[in-house]
Design a protein around this ligand. Structure first.
Ligand code: ACO
Length: 310
């Protein structure tokens, strides 16, 4: 009976046994995972755009080759995640279309522009650094295909974070102009990066259920705090600062305290009114339309191979 299936599911969650694609699961669990994994996949592929903006203008051939590889990795992450979402019974084309139609979200962070080369280093260091803090926790998510995709993604993501830190280190040791560019990039990205972790725990509608299902292992605020604690020593090592007068070490709690996030900005960006929302969706729609001939060709080729095999 359904009650027995539910009991079996609950027992597995309690015992930390992963839920696999063919296992019975409550419909709300399935739908919540399609939502989160789908948004996550969209973030990976939309996330290629701000960095791709600098591929043709990377300062050296070495930096260009590394950035090209990184942007390709992001496409790969999108593919693993779309595949993980498909194991839940949704169609990749359907969720992709929902993203193109603005009916499914992707991370707020990719709605900010990349104005100079320092932004590319800062994205690797801070944006991918934040993504890792969030994704390491998801390696233990209760849904097996998602957790396993995260393990591979985290390995690549930590390479991305290091290439970003290596790029910002070079700028931090450079001319006064380079240092100023780096500080400007940090000033623009700092708060949006803190917003990547989502609304505060008191304002996060999905958290309680996702924690009970062990999809999320830590709350939005816990992960945000962990990121700040990891990052402040790195900022200091670079000789840079965060645009937050309230940022200070708190001996009693063993954490860095930080100022209040402007939640209205996060809500505006999530609602589609950030600086680049329109431009990002336009770029993805154009790529989808201009890629129609590739999809047709690939389908025709697959059909030909099937008929030859038969
Ligand atoms: N950008 C866009 N939307 C967000 C963001 C954000 N930074 N934070 C929260 N939201 C959305 C949620 O998706 C949810 O919207 P929905 O109900 O329409 O689906 C709503 O705001 C409320 O938030 P929560 O209840 O806190 O949602 P949730 O429990 O899903 O937590 C979180 C949000 C932490 C982002 C979670 O979905 C998650 O861990 N996702 C996987 C990680 C991810 O997507 N990373 C992408 C960026 S990193 C990268 O790609 C390099």
């Amino acid at each position: 009976t359904d009650a027995q299936y539910q009991q079996h599911f609950d027992d597995k969650i309690a015992a930390d046994i992963s839920i696999e694609a063919k296992d019975w699961m409550p419909d709300a669990y399935r739908q919540n995972l399609i939502r989160q994994i789908g948004q996550h996949a969209h973030s990976e592929v939309v996330g290629m755009l701000p960095e791709a903006n600098w591929l043709t203008r990377a300062p050296t051939l070495r930096r260009k080759a590394v950035l090209l590889a990184k942007v390709q990795d992001e496409a790969g992450h999108g593919l693993y995640l779309y595949s993980a979402a498909e194991t839940l019974g949704c169609s990749r084309q359907d969720i992709y279309q929902k993203m193109l139609d603005g009916k499914m979200k992707y991370s707020s962070i990719f709605n900010y522009p990349t104005l100079n080369w320092a932004d590319i280093g800062v994205i690797g260091w801070l944006v991918d650094g934040a993504a890792i803090v969030n994704q390491v926790a998801l390696c233990r998510a209760s849904y097996g295909p998602y957790a396993r995709a995260m393990v591979k993604i985290c390995k690549e993501e930590s390479f991305h974070q290091r290439q970003g830190y290596e790029a910002v280190m070079a700028m931090a040791k450079g001319s006064e102009q380079q240092k100023a560019m780096l500080q400007d990039a940090i000033n623009r990205f700092w708060w949006p990066v803190l917003m990547m972790f989502g609304p505060s725990d008191t304002d996060s509608p999905h958290s309680a259920q996702s924690m009970a299902w062990k999809i999320k292992r830590h709350s939005n605020d816990e992960l945000r705090q962990k990121f700040v604690d990891n990052t402040v020593p790195q900022l200091e090592a670079l000789g840079m600062s965060a645009p937050d007068a309230d940022l200070a070490w708190d001996e009693a709690s063993g954490h860095y305290r930080f100022g209040e996030i402007d939640w209205s900005e996060l809500h505006e960006v999530i609602k589609g009114r950030g600086q680049c929302n329109h431009e990002r969706l336009q770029a993805k729609r154009r790529a989808w339309d201009e890629g129609a001939w590739v999809r047709e060709g690939a389908l025709a080729h697959a059909a030909k191979n099937t008929s030859t095999a038969a």
